[in-house]
Design a protein around this ligand. Structure first.
Ligand code: SF4
Ligand code: SF4
Length: 344
């Protein structure tokens, strides 16, 4: 009887969330997730007494990914994230109206020092989504969904309502380095390019978050902080005018105002992932067909390993991802290496 009640509450909740714009939705039990999550971002870090984690995905408009303009895509990704915020709040409100305390977990709540000894944010949504069966984490640790591959944003609410958990997907959506397309084209070489032959993608999937941040968060507070550090530690005199009057400072100002470029500023691993039917629509666009022209992907196999050769994105987009270094060169500062350039 209790299961029937849990089940009907869940069905009503799912129908409501889909009606409000969620593309896909699932549930996992908070206690089980607390025990199994592979990092320190546990439900109890945010609150105790929560029974269920409800996770949903909303896809970024496929058309916005067809353009050559990364800032335009970044703007659209922020619109999508705002929809996720709205949905989280509405789903939480729906559950509270029925008597269940609920927390909409902010998707952008991350501790920017990226210290692996500490939780890096509230919850790591991709693991919630994998546990709740709406997708599986790929080689690059993006959550891949059957419907839209990695081209989604995730929202999570934690609730004291007891909802029937969904099973994880039976098989990984990512074949790992048998594909390896995202690792070939990653703008900062942050994705594993080698793994043990015959092993599952789960054994070698990963992401160098510090490197990824140089591509995906290149205009936000973190590079601004790194640049300030560079300026302070520079052994050479620096022109004050060069520091305050350049296009990079204007971009920083813009990113502080509308978040464009502050994060979600690199989509290279999204363009090339073949998972999801939306990928075929993307590939109709000639510009997207240049992301990985025929012959670009080189697999390297030994008796014990399988790998791909990193090339980075097409030449016309590479300057987008040299932002940090370009800024330092412009102001005349130089130091041997930054914290962000070292591996985790
Ligand atoms: S977002 Fe960009 S930098 Fe980060 S893993 Fe994907 S391709 Fe690499
Ligand atoms: S591009 Fe290929 S290797 Fe990368 S996540 Fe997608 S399916 Fe996996």
């Amino acid at each position: 009887m209790a299961v029937t009640t849990r089940s009907s509450l869940k069905q009503e909740l799912f129908a409501y969330a889909r009606g409000r714009g969620a593309d896909t939705i699932g549930v996992c039990a908070a206690g089980e997730f607390e025990r199994s999550v592979p990092n320190l971002q546990k439900p109890s870090t945010t609150s105790s007494g929560m029974e269920s984690l409800v996770v949903f995905a909303r896809h970024m408009l496929t058309g916005s990914l067809t353009t050559a303009s990364v800032p335009l895509q970044s703007f659209n990704s922020h619109l999508c994230m705002e929809e996720v915020d709205r949905l989280s709040d509405e789903i939480a409100g729906w559950l509270e109206e029925r008597g269940h305390l609920t927390i909409p977990v902010p998707p952008e709540s991350a501790w920017m020092d990226l210290d692996p000894r500490k939780p890096m944010g509230t919850l790591d949504f991709k693991w919630v989504a994998e546990a709740a069966g709406i997708g599986t984490a790929g080689l690059e640790l993006n959550l891949l969904t059957p419907e839209y591959g990695p081209r989604v944003y995730l929202g999570v609410v934690m609730t004291e309502a007891v909802l029937e958990p969904d099973p994880p997907l039976a098989e990984d959506l990512c074949p790992g380095l048998q594909c390896g397309r995202c690792a070939v084209t990653c703008s900062t070489d942050a994705i594993p390019t080698e793994g043990a032959r015959g092993s599952s993608v789960r054994e070698y999937r990963g992401l160098n978050k510090r490197r990824c941040a140089l591509g995906a968060e290149r205009i936000g507070i973190r590079p601004l902080h790194l640049n300030a550090e560079t300026l302070l530690s520079s052994q050479k005199p620096i022109s004050p005018r060069a520091i305050v009057d350049n296009k990079f400072m204007r971009d920083f100002w813009q990113s502080m105002n509308n978040k464009v470029g502050a994060f979600a500023a690199c989509f290279e691993c999204w363009y090339v992932c073949p998972v999801g039917p939306d990928y075929r629509r993307l590939m109709r666009v000639p510009y997207r067909q240049n992301d990985l022209p025929r012959g670009t992907i080189k697999h390297v196999k030994t008796d014990t390993t399988i790998g791909v050769v990193w090339t980075g994105p097409p030449e016309d987009r590479k300057p987008e991802y040299a932002y940090d270094r370009t800024f330092q060169t412009l102001v005349g500062a130089k130091r041997a290496s930054t914290e962000a350039e070292s591996s985790e």
